[in-house]
Structure formats: structure tokens, C-alpha cells
Design a protein around this ligand. Sequence first.
Ligand code: FES
Length: 160
Amino acid sequence: MDPRPAPVRPDLVAPGTTPALFEPVLAAAELPEGSMRRVTRGDLDVLLAHTPDGIVAVDDRCPHMSAPLSIGTLDGCVVACPLHEGAFDLRTGEPVRMPTTGGLDPDGRYHPTWSPAGKDPKVDPPGLKAEARRLTRVRRFRYYPVRIVDGQIEVALPER
Ligand code: FES
């Protein structure tokens, strides 16, 4: 099947993107299904991910603490962060696994620190760092509009 943009939630489209701002960022052939790439324009790092639903473009910054998701893993529509094991659904922008540090989900609900099965629960000594982890919020992705023109992936990026 030809590469195509994935549908995205309109309320999660990044502000300041308009069709006039589409620019080519990568040949579609360089992003086979199941792969991810970082493209950079100025100080903006964008993650391109080719999911079974199509191609999405989001900030290449984990919605938790900004690690580059492009060096994480992509499983279907779920991208996993290389830093704290957070995993996020690119169809919805929602976390499907909270980071090991716990914290607040996008709706402000608190999740305690988490350890993988078979490992001892992680102790989070009280103090300023624990408070910072507790108050760190996982956010939803911001999406950049995508289209495919003449075999090129084009992304509408905000004016810089
Ligand atoms: S920075 Fe990605 S899960 Fe923490």
C-alpha cells in the first residue's frame, strides 16, 4: 500500500501549522512501515513514525521528560521511550504505560513509581527530587500535519 498520512485528533494538531507551511522533509521510501526517523528544522526536532495507520509527525521529545523517541522503539502504533519505559499511543497521544518515575498523567491523575515485573519495587526517598517526579506531568503529543507529494513526505511546521 502507498504511504499515507495517519488520521490524527484535530485537537492535538500543533498551533501555528497551516497548509501553506508544508515542506518536504524525507523521501517516503526512506521511512518503511515500522520505522522512525528524526528530522530537524532549526531548533525543532520532529519524529516521523510509519505506523500501520500511516505516517505521523510529532515532536521528537518524549511527553514525559523530553528524551528523543526516535531512538526508542515502535510497535504498531505505540512508541516506547528509551529513558523511563514510558509508552505512548501515536493514534491518540495518550500514554499506554506510565514512565517508571510515576507522576501525573495528561489528565492530572497521579501514578506511583513503577518497576518491571520480577523486580523489587523502586524506593523513592522523600525529598525535593521525589516531589519533582510526583509533579512531572506526561503530556499528549502535538502533531504536525503530514502529506505525501511525489514520493516525498511533507510536514507543515510552524513558522520559525
Ligand atoms: S523521558 Fe520518556 S519516559 Fe521519561
